[in-house]
Every structure is written in structure tokens, then in C-alpha cells.
Design a protein around this ligand. Structure first.
Ligand code: GSH
Length: 209
């Protein structure tokens, strides 16, 4: 498999964690978002949306990080990213979607660039925008997380694949996550797990380019 992504992209980071948790090997193909490679003709053949990640498996191309993670779960069921119980699965998916659908999209590079070019937001104002939406999302998550250590109990899964990259972005934009005790606890627990540690942005070959 080939994962086309960017080291700091949280959606790519989600898939790296998922692949690592499943113990799957893949070749990493960097797409430089700052150079606009995601909008280039070659990459748009993989994902016409011009967003990373894209996962290539033989002649199949998968896009949308959550769809990729669900596909991995269906094709490589063990270890599971989702609980057995259907209601629990819905709960974990709801937590994951609250990060992937409601928090992350409004701080995407193209959104931030639009805020800058069309509404002339300064870097400080953009940072305030990002912090506001992450804070609101994290406060709601705090109320929904069980004692743990992870959202579904003893093992990390789909939600942690989404949460850890979101924490990385939160810290990058100056939010102190120690103010969110359950999120902070999950962050510390995941840091001990090689699948998460190896997926970190600074471990990716394009982090030094
Ligand atoms: N919903 C998509 C989101 C993908 C996405 O937002 N990718 C970002 C990086 S995290 C991107 O490619 N941004 C490029 C841009 O904004 O130009 C997914 O989960 O895969």
C-alpha cells in the first residue's frame, strides 16, 4: 500500500496510526501542502478534492481518512479499532466524527488561507479562530469520555486515531491540553504505544524537507 500524505496533516496522521495499529506495512509518499502539490494534476488524479490523504492499494484508490480507517477495519479486523457492541461502536464513531467532521475541517489549510485572503485575518486572529473551535470541541468531548484509559476501555481505536492528531494541532497552535483532563490522560496513554509514537509528524521523512 502507498499512503500519500503530509507529515503535519492530521487526516494523514489518523491513517498512519490506523495502519500501524493494524501492523500493516506501507510506503509513504509525501505531498507537500505548502507547495500546493495537493492541487497539482498528478495528485488530483488520486483525489479530485485536492486533499490528503489518499491510500493506494493495487489499482484501488481510497480517500477520506475515516473511510480509509473503516476499510482497514473491514479488511484487517484484528486488532479491532471498534468495539463489538453496536451501540458502543456508534458511540466511538460519534466521538471520532466530532473531531474529524466538526473540529478539524474549520482549521484546514485552505480555510485558513481563505480567511487570510478574503477577510484579511492576521496570524494572531487565525490562531484565535483555531483555538476557539478546538476548545469548544474538546470541552464537549471531555463530557463524553469514560474513565478509560481509552474511549472504548482498555485499547485505543478509531477515536484515538482522530484525537491524537487533533491534540498535535491544538498544541501547535498554542492550546494547553492539560486543561482537558480526559483528553490529556488519553494523550499520555497513547504516547506509550509504538503505533502512535511512530506515526508522529516529526518521525515522517517529509518533516525535514
Ligand atoms: N475529511 C478529509 C479531510 C482531509 C483534509 O482536510 N486534508 C488536509 C490536511 S489535514 C489537506 O489536504 N489540506 C490541504 C489544503 O487545505 O489545501 C479526510 O478526513 O481525509
Amino acid at each position: 500500500m502507498e499512503l500519500h500524505g503530509y507529515f503535519r496533516s492530521s487526516a494523514s496522521y489518523r491513517v498512519r496510526i490506523g495502519l500501524n495499529l493494524k501492523g500493516l506495512q506501507y510506503d509513504y509518499r509525501p505531498v507537500n501542502l505548502l507547495k500546493g502539490e495537493q492541487r497539482g494534476e498528478d495528485y488530483r488524479k488520486l483525489n479530485p478534492q485536492g486533499l490528503v490523504p489518499a491510500l493506494v492499494d493495487g489499482d484501488r484508490v481510497l480517500t477520506q481518512s475515516l473511510a480509509i480507517l473503516e476499510w482497514l477495519e473491514e479488511t484487517h479486523p484484528a486488532p479491532a479499532l471498534l468495539p463489538e457492541d453496536a451501540v458502543e461502536r456508534a458511540r466511538i464513531r460519534a466521538l471520532a466524527y466530532s473531531v474529524a467532521s466538526d473540529i478539524q475541517p474549520i482549521q484546514n489549510l485552505r480555510v485558513l488561507r481563505y480567511l487570510q485572503s478574503e477577510y484579511h485575518l492576521s496570524n494572531e486572529q487565525k490562531q484565535g479562530w483555531i483555538q476557539h473551535w478546538i476548545h469548544e470541541g474538546f470541552c464537549a468531548l471531555e463530557q463524553q469520555l469514560d474513565p478509560g484509559p481509552f474511549a472504548a476501555g482498555e485499547e485505543p481505536g478509531l477515536f484515538e486515531c482522530c484525537l491524537i492528531p487533533q491534540i498535535y494541532s491544538a498544541e501547535r497552535f498554542g492550546l494547553d491540553i492539560s486543561g482537558y483532563p480526559a483528553i490529556h490522560r488519553i494523550s499520555q496513554a497513547c504516547a506509550e504505544i509504538p503505533a502512535f509514537a511512530e506515526a508522529r509528524p516529526e518521525k515522517q521523512p517529509d518533516s525535514t524537507l
